[in-house]
Design a protein around this ligand. Structure first.
Ligand code: UD1
Ligand code: UDP
Length: 357
């Protein structure tokens, strides 16, 4: 039995193709939800929209410090596995959910498969970098999305026979839902925006939004870009960011702040944006796949492929840098190639696990 561990918005979206592949191939699996994300618009909406099976268990750990959250997830998962031991555990990405799932598996000698292995920002001040490095080094199966990510793993001494370049399941999900989004969403009308005539923004990284001067710089930068191009700014705001903007009393005039939207609406907003400004990992990838120019509101990225192909530029949080980066990326060609695979990552991952049985 495969235990698919997930707990946050991006994990639900990126594990969906793996779940679908298990269903299609008749593989025994179960979904364990840690409850790291729990608000309807960060969690249940994705199960509904993506028609995913209800998890057999939800640990309901909720929010907390890193140690509280990771510890609570570990205790909860261990208890479940002592009752019902899986043959393999699949975790995705770089969250505390992935770290906790991986650590429990390693301690219980259950093999771990890491979906989206090998990403590196080389910035150890990010909690995500610590999580992904640890998970990679305790995994038996490393499903890396690109040559770059495979090379990172080899450089760190990980046995090449454990590494598989599958592409990123983000492509599978996007392909599987793009058409449905086009016909069902209607989000552009709802917010009164015209294709190619608005900016789309997301930001939620702790190092950005928990730091007053960085989030102030980001908000000011996007306001300036909106003014310069005379375009409305749509900002579906992560709950962490909503909380911090209120706490810091930051003026967000000129920005249409909305609650986080579902995947179908978000795909539609991304596909028709003139420019995307973000600090999200998944959004950098999706912008690149959809050939929409992207400004990354960070000093570094673990998605260097998006920059190398010409679809993304690093701007940090300085307003002037956000403006000049936006100008640069908006005036360059949009004909780059998708570096993240052909949309068969989910199927490949399940095949690899099946054939190792
Ligand atoms: C987590 C991940 C991050 C990932 C992001 C995806 C870690 C260390 N961080 O960050 O890598 O990019 O998820 O979105 O695992 N909150 C709600 N409702 C929710 C979830 C969170 O209101 O459903 C609020 C709470 O105030 C909470 C805060 O958001 O304290 C942060 O949530 P948390 O899960 O700790 O981290 P994220 O910022 O979501
Ligand atoms: N997303 C969404 N609604 C939103 C914002 C993002 O469905 O309002 C999706 C987006 O399409 C992508 C994923 O959420 O697949 C990215 O998640 P997030 O930015 O929270 O996390 P990260 O990828 O940075 O870990």
């Amino acid at each position: 039995m495969i235990s698919i561990v997930l707990g946050t918005r991006p994990e639900i979206i990126k594990m969906a193709p793996v779940i679908r592949a298990c269903q299609k191939k008749g593989i025994d699996f179960s979904v364990l939800h840690t409850g790291q994300h729990y608000s309807y618009e960060m969690d249940k909406i994705f199960f509904e929209e993506l028609s995913l099976p209800v998890p057999y268990c939800n640990l309901d750990v909720g929010s907390g410090t890193h140690a509280e959250q990771t510890g609570a997830i570990m205790c909860g998962i261990e208890k479940m596995y002592l009752e019902n031991r899986p043959d393999i555990i699949l975790v995705q990405g770089d969250t505390n959910t992935a770290l906790a799932g991986g650590l429990v598996g390693a301690k219980m000698h259950i093999p771990i498969g890491h979906v989206e292995a090998g990403l590196r920002s080389n910035d150890r001040s990010m909690p995500e970098e610590i999580n992904r490095v640890v998970v990679d080094h305790i995994s038996e199966y490393l499903f890396a999305p690109t040559d770059d990510s495979c090379n990172n793993l080899v450089r760190e001494g990980i046995d090449v026979t454990k590494i598989y370049n599958t592409g990123n399941t983000v492509v599978d999900s996007l392909i599987q839902h793009r058409e449905i989004a086009r016909t069902k969403s209607g989000v552009l009308k709802r917010f009164g925006v015209t294709p190619n005539q608005y900016l789309l923004v997301t930001a939620h990284r702790a190092e950005n939004v928990d730091d007053k001067s960085r989030i102030k710089g980001i908000i000011s930068g996007i306001q300036k870009v909106g003014q310069q191009y005379g375009m409305p700014i749509i900002f579906p705001m992560h709950p962490r960011t909503q909380k911090m903007i209120q706490e810091f009393g930051i003026n967000s005039e000129g920005i249409t702040i909305i609650s986080p939207v579902g995947y179908l609406d978000f795909l539609e907003l991304e596909a028709h944006a003139r420019l995307i400004l973000t600090d999200s990992g998944g959004v950098q990838e999706e912008a690149c796949i959809l050939r929409v120019p992207c400004v990354t509101l960070r000093e570094n990225t673990e998605r260097p492929e998006t920059v190398e192909v010409g679809g993304n530029i690093l701007a940090g949080s300085d307003p002037e840098s956000i403006v000049s980066s936006s100008e640069r990326i908006m005036s360059s060609s949009r004909m780059w190639a998708n570096p993240y695979g052909d949309g068969s990552a989910g199927e490949q991952i399940v095949e690899i696990i099946k054939s190792a049985d």
